[in-house]
Design a protein around this ligand. Structure first.
Ligand SMILES: [Zn+2]
Length: 319
């Protein structure tokens, strides 16, 4: 089963999936540092979601976790109004997105694990545990996010890696990680494995931001799934570069370890806010490029559908 914000669905109900997206970011330190991160309109999220659906997509993993502007109730409303299959995240972002006095820095990993497990079992806390009165929505997270800022995690990131690994092992949820650089992957996977979470349960995001085919292939060989999610961000790398990376990874036999996403967490990337290319880009523009570059329909389907189904499938509780 896959846990969406509108409830659990059988794995075979999941269609083409954008594995790293952002529908809503409602304040928090990321927005204070970078006002362009503010994605505060459910109407705009519904518009983008409908464009993605019309272009042939079905699902998005929303990657905003606790304390950085996640809007649990808004995600539920977006899914209801648009028809999008939406998977929400609990967990944590990178160190610099939490204030020096944030509670995450005060507690040991096992106490933080309790908060994540409670979200997974009882529903997401509306404010991301930012308010002293815990109030849950019915919707539960379908994935746990974790992040590191550099190859060597900070003290806070060591704690969150341990907490997230233990919570994922306890709940059967998969993990999606933010890698600032591909060099971060080995430390992340080792820390998660130490808590009982195998690499097969992990999606490594942003591996295309600085990585080349060799680094990405090495990550695939660990059993983890790599997410190439800088699509549509032509300020970084053109989509054609990422298409070539996918083709090369498939050629090397890693076609079942690659997924795609669109980290379009800025107003300027959204049609609904007057920007480009909009959330339809992956399905409207990139998928045809994958076919034109020589991938077969089955190879494209593996990247968009089969691998997301395998990784998002919630495992049996292990403890
Ligand atoms: Zn992101």
């Amino acid at each position: 089963m896959i846990t969406t914000v509108l409830g659990d669905i059988p794995v075979d109900r999941l269609g083409p999936t954008d594995c790293h997206g952002h529908l809503l970011i409602r304040g928090g330190l990321p927005v204070a540092l970078e006002p362009e991160f503010l994605l505060d309109s459910v109407d705009a999220a519904v518009t983008e979601a409908k464009e993605l659906l019309a272009a042939g997509g079905d699902a998005v993993i929303d990657c905003m976790p606790l304390g950085v502007g996640r809007d649990a109730a808004g995600l539920v409303e977006t899914a209801r109004r648009s028809g999008l299959t939406l998977v929400a995240a609990t967990g944590f972002h990178k160190d610099r997105f939490y204030a020096a006095d944030h509670w995450v820095r005060r507690y040991p990993a096992d106490r933080i694990t309790e908060l994540l497990v409670a979200e997974a079992r009882e529903g997401m806390e509306r404010s991301g545990y930012g308010d002293p009165f815990v109030e849950r929505v019915e919707a539960r997270p379908g994935i746990i996010k974790v992040a590191t800022s550099a190859p060597e995690p900070t003290a806070m990131e060591h704690t969150t890696l341990r907490a997230v690994g233990a919570a994922a092992a306890a709940t059967g949820l998969p993990v999606i990680s933010h890698t600032e650089h591909p060099d971060a992957a080995p430390a992340q996977l080792a820390a998660l494995a130490a808590e009982g979470l195998p690499a097969e349960r992990v999606i490594l995001s942003h591996m295309d931001r600085h990585g080349d085919a060799d680094t990405l292939a090495a990550a695939c060989e660990t059993g983890a799934t790599v997410c190439l999610d800088w699509l549509g961000r032509t300020d970084r790398r053109p989509d054609a570069f990422i298409v070539d990376l996918v083709v090369e990874l498939v050629r090397r036999g890693h076609g079942d370890r690659v997924v795609l996403g669109q980290d379009l967490a800025r107003r300027g990337y959204w049609h609904a806010y007057g920007g480009e290319p909009g959330m339809r880009n992956l399905f409207a523009n990139v998928v045809p490029q994958l076919a034109a570059a020589g991938l077969s329909p089955d190879q494209v389907r593996a990247v968009l559908v089969d691998t997301p189904r395998r990784v998002l499938d919630r495992m049996e509780m292990t403890r």
